[in-house]
Structure formats: structure tokens, C-alpha cells
Design a protein around this ligand. Structure first.
Ligand code: ATP
Ligand code: MG
Ligand code: FE
Length: 342
């Protein structure tokens, strides 16, 4: 069983040891947060409390056999909103204790990568581009549970840039899907800056600021650029930078497989561009279906299967971690390192 409550999705899923999804349910609080233009941490925690038990009942489907079937309970313990994480962690601890099964400590970003495992085995080493609401990272995955961080954003995450630009355009939260949809009928007629930093680092706050200044100047001049065209131009700049950096990393590391994961991997323009570039290089591209790109619990359970195989478990003292690096995880987390050594 996988449980996810790190942000504004409450999710519970069942995945078997062949990585097949048996059940996957979620409730999104997006509408509750939309009025504030972003996720409100205290509200998120309270909403998780309301949602978690009905979801568990939904997954059980009235089956009394669930407790016999579930072999372990996996839960996201970071990174994320601490109050939100605690709700899922408390539920997972209670179930693991009551059912007398292992508790599995899941890293949310590793889980995003493991959404791709639901579609078939990984071929190591592979490169993962993780693009979500809070993170933008290039990760080299050298083997099962062997993560090496190559680079990350220095400022805004890609999803964050999407959400902020959407807000400038007066679109509702979350803005990513809105810009994706709007851009389809637009033309990328404005040339917005492509910030390509050295190495594998990213930066997206300059692009967001550029769009703001562009809109302010247009308004002052009495012009009204079509939102479709602004969305398409912004998206073209983002996809260009992500494609250039990622495929440079593919070439430099010589990997034959590329996984793109996280909410922004649901983006249609990005999926098309990456498919084209991967094909040109003969690289295997794996992007989870859109429903498994954004937060879900099937990805949490999938990583749980891997942790169970590796014998990496937690106890009832498992902490919630607001920040948790993927570099070298699981052993880079002192809590897990102590358990493995001890
Ligand atoms: P993190 O995983 O970093 O903790 P998160 O869990 O909030 O953050 P996800 O659920 O993985 O993030 O992704 C949400 C983000 O994905 C939002 O910023 C949203 O706007 C963006 N997003 C979702 N669909 C699309 C799309 N089609 N195009 C672009 N962005 C999208
Ligand atoms: Mg979310
Ligand atoms: Fe996420």
C-alpha cells in the first residue's frame, strides 16, 4: 500500500510486487487552495485529515481481506509540507502497527521517478529529469536506489514558473495545465529569454520576471498581446531550455534511457519535443501517463516495492522531513543510514 500527503493531493494506492497497479485513488484539494492562488500549508494538513480515512475505505472497497493482502505500507516522509506529511505518516504507522507489516520510508521525488517503473523495468544507468511544482532536477540513477544529483534549479521550479506566469495571465491555479491548453491555439511569436546556465543548473525566475515586464510594458503602451501567444512563447522558452540541458546530459553521460517525471512532465509540448529528440538519438524515453506525472500514491507504492526488496524499512519513529535531498538517498538520510548500519 502507498500513501501520499506531501502537498495538496491525498492519495492511497495498492501496487503488487510485479509493479502492477491494483487500485489508485486520490482527492485533490486544488479547489480549496485556488482562492489563495497557491497551496496554504495549514489548510492542506486539515484537508488531508478529512480525506484520508474515506480514501482508505475506498481502496479497501469493503474487503475485509485487505489486511491479509497488504505486505507493507509505504508512505511519503519528505520532502513536502510538514503538517501535510504528518497526516499520511500517522495513518501509515497506525496501519503498519495494526497489521504487523513493515513501514517503508518513501522519498517523494524518488517516487515521482518510480511512476515510470509502473510501465516496465528500468535499464540502468538512466537519466531522470524531474520537473514538478517544487523541484527541477537532473538525476543520474546508477542502479536500484542509487541516485546522483547532477543539477537543480537555482531559483524557481519549472512548475512554479508555470503557475506564476499563469497568474500573470489571469488563469486559475494550478496554471500548468491552463497554459498547456492555451498555448495550443497560440503562436510563439515573442522571443522570451532562454537562460542556460553552466553545467546542469537551471534558472527560471528570470523568465517569469521577463514575462511580467513584457505584460506591464504592453499594458502601458495600450497594447494587448493575445494570452494564447504569450502562453505559447513562455512554453517554447521553457521546453527549449529543458530539452537542451537534458539531452546535453544524455550525450555527456552516454545513458540509453531517459525518464521524465513530475507534474510538468504532463505537458503536451514537452512530451512531443522530448519524443522527437530521444528518437533522433535512439534513446529510450519514458514519461509516465499524465495521471501518474502529478502527485499520486501508485508511484509511492512502486518505490515501496523496491525498498521492501532492498530491506530498507522504517520504524514508528520515522520523522517527517520538509527538505530531503535525493542525492545519495536513502543512505544520505541519517535516520535511514543509522538503521542500515545498526
Ligand atoms: P513537488 O513534487 O516538487 O513536491 P508538487 O508535488 O506540488 O511538487 P506535482 O504534483 O508533481 O508537484 O506537479 C504539480 C505542478 O505541475 C504544478 O506546478 C502544475 O502547474 C504543473 N503541471 C501539471 N500539469 C501540467 C501541464 N500539462 N503543463 C505544465 N505544467 C503542468
Ligand atoms: Mg499538487
Ligand atoms: Fe510531487
Amino acid at each position: 500500500m502507498g500513501i501520499e500527503t506531501s502537498c495538496d493531493e491525498t492519495a492511497v494506492a495498492l501496487v503488487d510486487d510485479t509493479f502492477s497497479v491494483r487500485a489508485s485513488f486520490l482527492t485533490s484539494q486544488m479547489e480549496r487552495h485556488a482562492a489563495y492562488g497557491g497551496v496554504v500549508p495549514e489548510l492542506a494538513a486539515r484537508e488531508h485529515l478529512v480525506a484520508i480515512l474515506p480514501l482508505l475505505e475506498q481502496v479497501a472497497g469493503g474487503a475485509a481481506s485487505l489486511r491479509k493482502e497488504v505486505r507493507a505500507v509505504a508512505v511519503t516522509y519528505g520532502p513536502g509540507l510538514v503538517g501535510a506529511l504528518h497526516v499520511g505518516i500517522a495513518a501509515a504507522k497506525a496501519l503498519a502497527w495494526a497489521w504487523d507489516v513493515p513501514l517503508l520510508p518513501v522519498h517523494h521525488l524518488a517516487a515521482h521517478i518510480y511512476a515510470a517503473r509502473l510501465e516496465g523495468p528500468f535499464h540502468y544507468p538512466f537519466l531522470a529529469l524531474l520537473i514538478s511544482g517544487g523541484h527541477t532536477e537532473l538525476v543520474l540513477v546508477e542502479g536500484p536506489l542509487a541516485f546522483r544529483l547532477l543539477g537543480a534549479t537555482r531559483d524557481d521550479a519549472v512548475g512554479e514558473a508555470y503557475d506564476k506566469v499563469a497568474r500573470l495571465l489571469g488563469l486559475p491555479y494550478p496554471g500548468g495545465p491552463e497554459i498547456d491548453r492555451l498555448a495550443q491555439s497560440g503562436e510563439a511569436r515573442y522571443s522570451f529569454p532562454r537562460v542556460v546556465l553552466e553545467g546542469y543548473a537551471f534558472s527560471f525566475s528570470g523568465l517569469k520576471t521577463h514575462v511580467r515586464h513584457f505584460l506591464e510594458r504592453a499594458e502601458a503602451a495600450g497594447e494587448s498581446p493575445r494570452p494564447e501567444d504569450v502562453a505559447a512563447s513562455f512554453q517554447a522558452a521553457v521546453v527549449d531550455v529543458l530539452a537542451e540541458k537534458t539531452f546535453r546530459a544524455v550525450d555527456e553521460t552516454g545513458v540509453r534511457e531517459l525518464v521524465v517525471a513530475g507534474g510538468v512532465a504532463a505537458n503536451s509540448a514537452l512530451r512531443r519535443r522530448f519524443a522527437r529528440e530521444a528518437e533522433a538519438r535512439g534513446v529510450r524515453l519514458r514519461i509516465p501517463p499524465p495521471a501518474y506525472c502529478t502527485d499520486n500514491a501508485a508511484m509511492v507504492a512502486a518505490l515501496g516495492v523496491e525498498l521492501l526488496h532492498a530491506g530498507i524499512t522504517a520504524d514508528l519513529d520515522l520523522p517527517a522531513r520538509a527538505s530531503l535531498s535525493l542525492d545519495g538517498w536513502p543512505l544520505s538520510d541519517p535516520y535511514l543510514a543509522d538503521r542500515v548500519r545498526g
